[in-house]
Design a protein around this ligand. Structure first.
Ligand code: ADP
Ligand code: ZN
Length: 384
């Protein structure tokens, strides 16, 4: 039973003095392919519910899925841009899910890229400097339907009068990008979480694989947070085992990512300080109240009963194909910014205004539209 009764929280400064936060981020990005992962249904956002569906994306028994080649290409380009190794043989697995209204085969997934070296990372900058966040893996999935719980106080299934399900989103190709546990940023951890998602969003936008609209759910973040007792030195800290984590699901703005991580640090710190323990579970970010509420218990041993998908051949890109896709990668956004800044002779502050105004993006989009390679800024925002 979920209520928006707030948990005890410790003041942030005290929390990070007593505990060292560890972070793990799972980002889901919907690809902007014209059609879905395994069928020809449209992926356009905002249509009347259940008007862009067919037996395949409804997961009906006997429907035959066919892989969308454009989605596989995007998946490989994302893996390459993150510095991952592309798996030469990615078998697909599926699982059967039950919603209040139907039982369906869904969440087919196949790993397309996996990091094998610590060079696989995204660097992101915060006001306190740059951090490197290591990537564990990226894999392909299909999105699920979207439920709307009607009635009840929380908008969640508990206490609702009835639920509605829209399957327009089901089957849209999705890439999940998972980080390794990130440690060592101390009180800056919430900022790093935000900066990482922002850096990833920039990269995905530069790749042109997604419209990365967090407010429309095409980029969503699950934030894993745990705490461990603070040690005297970084060396000693590294010896302290990780604590139990919670996973706050579907956080859908940069600001909320930072706030949710910060809140979890304060909540877990209060519990641990009072001699309690952390329950490994999913949690939900409540934007209005600015807190997380308990979801479902989630153990590492949870068995989703994925089974080999008999109707899909493995995704097995050959080396030449991977190299062809590597040649299509754009310049990495941070490098691009640095290069433009040098070429235009802007200060850091001027460049920040320019980036905030979306000028470097606008210029890229404009060039793409006109099919020309111009030089020099189209829009300049200068601090007065
Ligand atoms: P699952 O696939 O069951 O969600 P994973 O082991 O893939 O779990 O981890 C999910 C995310 O949680 C990853 O980003 C990982 O780095 C992170 N993570 C794992 N253990 C911890 C921990 N103790 N504290 C914080 N983050 C963690
Ligand atoms: Zn369909």
């Amino acid at each position: 039973m979920t209520t928006i009764a707030s948990d005890e929280v410790l003041a942030y400064d005290e929390a990070v003095q007593r505990f060292d936060p560890v972070l793990g981020l799972e980002v889901h990005v919907e690809l902007s392919t014209r059609t879905k992962m395994f069928c020809g249904c449209s992926t356009v956002f905002g249509a009347e519910p259940n008007t862009q569906v067919c037996p395949v994306c409804l997961g009906l028994p006997g429907a035959l899925p066919v892989v969308n080649a454009a989605a596989v290409e995007s998946a490989i380009r994302i893996g390459l841009a993150l510095g991952c190794t592309i798996t030469p043989w990615g078998a697909s697995r599926a699982r059967t899910t039950s919603t209040p209204t139907c039982r369906r085969t869904s969440r087919r997934r196949s790993t397309t890229s996996r990091s094998r070296s610590t060079a696989t990372s995204t660097s992101c900058s915060t006001t306190a400097g740059s951090y490197r966040v290591d990537i564990e893996r990226a894999h392909m999935e299909e999105d699920t339907g979207k439920s709307l719980h009607v009635g009840g106080a929380t908008g969640r299934i508990h206490g609702a009068d009835h639920s509605l399900v829209d399957y327009n989103r089901a089957g849209i190709p999705l890439i999940e990008i998972v980080t390794r546990p990130f440690e060592g940023a101390g009180d800056r951890t919430p900022e790093v979480a935000r900066a990482y998602v922002a850096a990833l969003r920039d990269l995905l936008r530069a790749l042109g694989v997604s419209d990365v609209r967090m407010e429309q759910g095409s980029l969503r973040c699950d934030a894993n947070v745990s705490l461990r007792p603070r040690a005297a030195t970084p060396q000693e800290q590294a010896q302290v085992p990780f604590g139990t984590r919670t996973e706050t699901k579907n956080v859908n703005s940069l600001r909320s990512v930072e706030r949710a991580v910060r809140y979890e640090i304060c909540r877990q710190a209060a519990r641990l300080s009072a001699g309690g323990s952390i329950v490994q579970e999913t949690r939900h970010w409540q934007e209005g109240a600015g807190l997380t509420t308990s979801g479902r218990p989630k153990s590492d041993a949870d068995d989703y009963r994925y089974f080999p998908e008999p109707d899909l051949v493995p995704v097995a890109p050959d080396a030449a194909e991977v190299e062809r896709l590597r040649a299509t990668l754009p310049e990495a956004p941070p490098l691009r910014r640095r290069r433009l800044q040098d070429a235009w002779g802007f200060s850091d502050l001027e460049m920040r205004d320019l980036v905030n105004a979306g000028a470097t993006e606008a210029r890229r989009a404009d060039r793409r539209r006109r099919g020309v390679a111009g030089s020099g800024p189209q829009v300049v925002v200068r601090r007065a």
